[in-house]
Design a protein around this ligand. Structure first.
Ligand SMILES: [Mg+2]
Length: 281
């Protein structure tokens, strides 16, 4: 059995961000299938936590299967699934207008909510929920605005990532859609459910019955993955296979204890070049 590096020797729960950590775009980051298998052999609980709301959890199971990684639908906590379970605590069987894609819509429907379209009566809409929508239109924005300003809908968002990393570089992220609704309603979302909000990680800790001091999040983004992990009081590991580069980290390390980044919670406990480095050679 492979041995973990010293800083990870007590690990009980591993929470992996997906894009930029397990895979990049459509491609597995080399060796990560073996890393996950070896961790599970050591008895470590493995779950996945992504801010991408466009994909259903079943689609993630299928995607990982294609990379030779076995998983279960309940191993995934996406900003869409977290939003669906949290909004259900606010109101059951709600009427919801979604600026977003299939992942968010399906998760909301599976919690018993009705997803309405832009031709519906705006007065009956309880919530406008905004996530990444690659088919955003003026009609959708206008209906969201109407539900919030002329109806009584409350405005929520899945996440506010500025960018969406793809194989060829960067595309606009969900934050762009959230800002559009903010601008035309002059309202901020009541809540943004995805990272860096720590509640997703807190529910993972609860559901898996894990000790925060023995739990680790592995992420590639400082202002979502690492910030959420630090806020939730677990260990944070920055993996340099995604959006954050080694040169970004040097800046952080400048004056580690009194830097503004440390105060905000952007500094990871551990930095590794790729997930393979969690095992001793
Ligand atoms: Mg990522």
């Amino acid at each position: 059995m492979r041995k973990l590096i010293e800083q990870l020797k007590d690990i009980e729960l591993a929470i992996f961000d997906l894009d930029g950590v397990i895979y990049r775009g459509e491609k597995l980051i080399s060796g990560n299938d073996k890393v996950i298998t070896a961790l599970k052999e050591l008895g470590v609980k493995v779950v996945y936590n992504s801010n991408n709301s466009t994909v259903t959890r079943q689609m993630y199971v299928d995607r990982l299967k294609g990379f030779n990684i076995k998983s279960d639908i309940l191993d995934f906590y996406t900003s869409a699934s977290i939003t669906a379970s949290e909004i259900t605590k606010v109101k059951q069987n709600a009427k919801i207008f979604v600026i977003g894609e299939i992942g968010l819509k399906e998760e909301l429907k599976s919690c018993g909510h009705e997803v309405v379209n832009a031709e519906s009566n705006h007065k009956v809409v309880d919530f406008v929920i905004v996530g990444l929508d690659r088919e955003l239109t003026y009609v959708k924005l206008a209906f969201a605005q109407r539900c919030i300003l002329e109806g009584s809908a409350k405005f929520y968002a899945t996440n506010a990532d500025a960018t969406l990393p793809v194989a060829t570089g960067l595309l606009p992220g969900a934050g762009v859609m959230v800002n559009a609704v903010e601008t035309c309603t002059d309202q901020k979302p009541v809540k943004i459910f995805g990272k860096p909000n720590p509640e997703g990680i807190q529910s993972i800790l609860e559901n898996t019955n894990s000790n925060p001091s023995r739990s680790f999040i592995f992420g590639d983004r400082l202002n979502t993955d690492i910030l959420a992990g630090n806020r939730a009081g677990i260990n944070t590991v920055l993996v340099l296979t995604g959006v954050t580069k080694a040169s970004d980290v040097e800046k952080l390390w400048g004056d580690k204890d009194c830097s503004p980044e440390a105060e905000i919670g952007l500094i990871p406990n551990i930095v590794i070049n790729s997930l393979k480095e969690i095992f001793l050679p």
